[in-house]
Design a protein. Structure first.
Ligand SMILES: C[S@@+](CC[C@H](N)C(=O)[O-])C[C@H]1O[C@@H](n2cnc3c(N)ncnc32)[C@H](O)[C@@H]1O
Length: 285
């Protein structure tokens, strides 16, 4: 057991918390890389990401996060780009539904909760089990323990309200045909919805191959689907796709947001030749 401080209006309470063991491998383990970086960004006080719950979760898990300092700001800006997309959707549709595919231990619900939105988390059973042990659950949250690829999660989406689907750090682990089938299924079953996801360009694979860390090595083994100009065209031609655009990273202090916003202004071919992960939004008819 270990102690954790809770600071509340000037008083400090010591809360004894059992550490929670983590037993994940393969793609599910990658959720810890993202969580570790969100917590590191939040601890650093970077204005781009305020995520006290991520810090709390990291402190509770019995897991060696290793050195998460590399790429923290790049990751934080990507997360903030997702947040901005979801926030924009909720501004238009405050009671809309957000479906988070492969959500892992993302704490986005608590970063963005407007008190009215509905949320569906879709992730593999082992990950959902950990998520339920670590994170609180609000009555407006539901979950589906299963693969995003088996499509049964679509039966759990309330189609009466507008829907935004996200897949943060997920599609690169699928085969190309699986990604295309997933997009086609969302188009067919959730017309009028939006799908926001990040992608790994080939240049990112080249960079990861040159790096020596444990995460880079695992990523090279696990990534299957790579993005580029031709993939963008192919996605835009999937029946039901009305449009596809690269999202603009939010304005924030620091060099990384500046670089990423500058990259976003490059012509597409040049942009996708760089080792950065674009965040895309697909709109369905
Ligand atoms: C890189 S993590 C991303 C987690 C979270 N979205 C984030 O950004 O912190 C990949 C996530 O995808 C989940 N995952 C892997 N295969 C999946 C599948 N077929 N269907 C749904 N989720 C899957 C893993 O369990 C894990 O939570």
């Amino acid at each position: 057991m270990r102690a954790r401080e809770r600071r509340n209006s000037g008083t400090i309470t010591i809360v004894w918390v059992e550490p929670i063991p983590v037993d994940l491998s393969g793609v599910p383990e990658t959720l810890l890389w993202n969580l570790g970086r969100r917590a590191a960004a939040a601890r650093s006080g970077a204005s781009v990401l305020d995520d006290p719950l991520a810090i709390e979760v990291v402190d509770r898990l019995q897991y060696d996060f290793g050195d998460v300092s590399r790429g923290v700001m790049w990751h934080a800006v990507r997360v903030a780009t997702f947040d901005e997309a979801v926030r924009g959707f909720l501004n238009e549709h405050p009671a809309g539904t957000v479906v988070a595919l492969g959500e892992g231990l993302e704490t986005q619900f608590w970063r963005l909760d407007n008190g009215r939105m509905h949320w569906l988390t879709v992730d593999l059973p082992a990950t959902m089990d950990l998520r339920r042990r670590v994170l609180p659950e609000d009555p407006r949250q539901r979950s589906y323990a299963g693969s995003a690829l088996d499509l049964r999660w679509l039966d759990h989406v309330d189609r009466a309200a507008p829907v935004l689907v996200t897949a943060q750090g997920l599609l690169m682990y699928f085969q190309r045909s699986e990604v295309h089938e997933l997009i086609a299924a969302i188009a067919a079953r959730l017309p009028g919805s939006l799908f926001v996801f990040d992608v790994v360009p080939e240049a990112m694979l080249e960079l990861a191959r040159r790096q020596h860390g444990r995460e880079s090595k695992q990523a090279v083994e696990l990534w299957s689907w790579f993005f580029g100009f031709r993939e963008r065209v192919a996605i835009s031609q999937i029946p039901g796709v009305a449009g596809i655009r690269d999202l603009v990273p939010p304005r924030a202090s620091g060099i990384v947001p500046l670089i990423l916003r500058a990259v976003r202004r490059l012509p597409r071919r040049a942009r996708y030749a760089l080792p950065v992960l674009p965040v895309l939004e697909v709109r369905f008819r």
